[in-house]
Write a protein that binds this ligand. Structure first.
Ligand code: ZN
Length: 251
């Protein structure tokens, strides 16, 4: 039996397939990350009137095919409520990056309702506001947390010590976060200011992120640290990140 699924979804990726089809990867509220074959989508927009661009949110109708990895993409009604994302290059770059991270980090066919809500809210706030590095860091850290991959920033990842205060710490992204100096030994160092900024970013909601403003050096250090954490889980190049780097040089 072919099982019909209707779910709110955010589109993550699209790849041309054959002459007329697309393989679309989406994050469905009820399906998690899933891939579906949209037959004829490149020739006719009848079933996909708002298009199938990554970042679009809407209502997806999918048909599960027993034994097949790809679902059939029956139709997609895009909500079309984020017009600001396409018209601004920096915002479009941040949106593409957030979407690519979800594509690369979410396990297949496992509903991730917290991730769905986090990405949806991020895209809405990005649409209404400006593209800021602070919001992007809050998003990255919240995404890792929602997937159970969040780093230890407030306590030593080795001995659990919480009073890290104003001392520098050791930094080992591959071992889950910061180390107190007793445990750090020969590891890379992180300044107290960077660690405290990361704690703030990690505990911030997306509305909180609007009020955060890091100085240039701290922002750069936080960016390096969060990217090192992401690199532990995302292998291979992140195309949207390379684009962003080319565009801005730093964000
Ligand atoms: Zn320790």
């Amino acid at each position: 039996m072919r099982h019909l699924i209707a779910t709110p979804a955010i589109l993550l990726r699209r790849v041309a397939y054959g002459e007329a089809d697309l393989i679309v990867t989406l994050l469905g509220l009820d399906t998690g990350r899933a891939s579906a074959l949209a037959r004829g989508a490149r020739k006719s927009s009848r079933r996909f009137p708002g298009g199938l661009e990554p970042g679009l949110a809407g209502e997806a109708r999918l048909r599960d095919r027993p034994g097949a990895e790809l679902m059939a993409f029956e139709s997609f009604d895009a909500r079309g409520d984020r017009p600001g994302l396409a018209g601004d290059l920096a915002k479009a770059a941040h949106a593409a990056y957030a979407v690519e991270l979800c594509d690369r980090l979410c396990p297949p066919r496992q509903p991730e309702k917290a991730v769905f809500a986090w990405l949806d809210e991020f895209l809405s706030r990005l649409d209404k506001g400006t593209a800021t590095a602070e919001r992007l860091r809050v998003f990255e850290l919240g995404l890792l947390r929602a997937l159970g991959l969040g780093p230890s920033l407030g306590r030593c990842a080795q001995c659990g010590r919480e009073e890290l205060g104003d001392a520098d710490v050791g930094w080992r992204p591959e071992a889950g976060g910061v180390f107190c100096l007793d445990c750090a030994k020969a590891t890379e160092r992180m300044s107290a200011g960077t660690r405290q900024a990361l704690v703030k970013l990690d505990s911030a909601s997306l509305p909180d992120a609007e009020a955060l403003q890091l100085d240039r050096a701290t922002a750069a250090a936080c960016r390096r640290a969060v990217l090192a954490l992401l690199r532990e889980h995302v292998h291979g190049p992140l195309r949207s990140l390379e684009f962003m780097e080319k565009m801005s040089g730093s964000r």
